[in-house]
Design a protein around this ligand. Structure first.
Ligand code: MG
Length: 363
């Protein structure tokens, strides 16, 4: 039996992870659950899944994430923000498998995770649907044969909005995502395409491919989850009905491929469309590329500024275009100091959030 700790168990990915574990009860069991503040759901989950450990971050602080990791073989990280960074580094040091759904850990701490992986016996696998697709396309391939990675994007709720419509587009419209049912933060990130920008950084760390070799393709149906182009001109794609339980199960049961409850894909009569992203309407992709190229703590600056902007947008305090504009301003004004360390990331995150909040308050 593989013991799985689920960090962020009451969120969308956490709940679907528990579904998958329950459906594979011959090989997977829940050893620990950590949620941020939803005590009621956590208590129900603890009983239903028989977890030996359950804790709330709001009550016990981030240390409970480390305690939850201790008794597990695999750690699913589905928390928000950078709160699980120390727990991820600890799990890798202890030789555990980290199944990462959270992007911020790699966006901000990718260098730390990479050096931890180089020196330890732990493993990093991904639960992100696009990255899972790339992982599956790369199976058995030589990394030297990879020409580029192509991340698909649904385009989010505002894909077909005109610039005029975007000026007054409200968060509640964005929350009606066409193909994926996700948490509020990531749904807004999908509407701004910040999610795809963060995924470029994530893919670069996961597969050790420079960002110049990672492209984005809009694909509204979310059936092709991503593609890999090889040097011989061959392109591999992974397809499935959009359902997060598939990448979750693949990560948890890897290298085995087991039957799942995901709806079979029927391509008869299917219409699959692909477009280039509109980088004028959706500036966040290039902001991510810029922050990643600046390196060091700049991705942390970008991520923290985005967090505050998304929160302000969800509360109707700022407009759609303000999000990218404020993030760009923060990237240009804020100079983070020092080497990348877990401490420096947390400190920069807090400082940038304060600075960004002062900018959103002016609007
Ligand atoms: Mg994704």
């Amino acid at each position: 039996m593989k013991k799985v700790a689920v960090l962020g168990s009451t969120g969308s990915i956490g709940r679907q992870t528990l579904d998958v574990i329950a459906s594979q009860c011959d090989s997977l069991e829940v050893s620990a659950l950590v949620a941020y503040s939803d005590a009621e759901t956590l208590a129900k989950q603890k009983i239903k899944y028989g977890a030996g450990y359950a804790a709330l971050i709001a009550e016990k602080g981030a240390d409970c994430l480390i305690d939850a990791v201790k008794g597990a073989d695999t750690v699913v990280v589905a928390t928000r923000g950078i709160i699980a960074l120390d727990a991820v580094l600890f799990a890798l040091k202890e030789g555990k498998t980290v199944a990462l759904a959270n992007k911020e850990t790699l966006v901000c701490g990718g260098e730390l995770v990479r050096s931890r992986l180089a020196g330890a016996c732990g493993r990093l696998v991904t639960l992100d649907s696009e990255h899972s697709a790339i992982w599956q396309c790369l199976a058995g391939e030589d990394s030297a044969a990879v020409k580029r990675l192509i991340l698909t994007a649904s385009g989010g709720a505002f894909l077909n909005y005109t610039e005029e419509q975007l000026k007054t587009a409200k968060a509640r419209e964005a929350l009606k995502h066409p193909t994926w049912n996700m948490g509020n933060k990531i749904t807004i990130d999908s509407a701004t395409m910040m999610n795809k920008g963060l995924e470029i950084i994530e893919a670069s760390y996961l597969f050790d491919v420079p960002q110049e070799k990672i492209d984005v393709l809009i694909h509204p149906q979310s059936v092709v989850h991503s593609l890999v182009e090889f040097v011989d001109g061959s392109v591999m794609a992974q397809m499935a009905c959009p359902d997060m339980r598939l990448p979750i199960q693949y990560a948890l049961t890897y290298p085995e491929r087991l039957p799942s409850c995901v709806k079979p894909l029927d391509l008869v009569g299917a219409c699959l469309e692909f477009y280039a992203p509109d980088c004028n309407k959706f500036k966040c992709i290039s902001l991510c590329r810029q922050a990643f190229a600046m390196g060091g703590l700049y991705p942390t600056v970008l991520n923290a500024a985005n967090d505050v902007c998304v929160d302000a947008y969800l509360k109707n305090k700022i407009g759609f275009f303000d999000i990218a504009e404020i993030i760009e301003k923060v990237l240009n004004c804020f100079s983070p100091r020092g080497e990348v360390s877990a401490e420096a990331i947390k400190k920069t995150d807090a400082e940038v959030k304060k600075f960004t909040a002062s900018l959103t308050a002016e609007i």
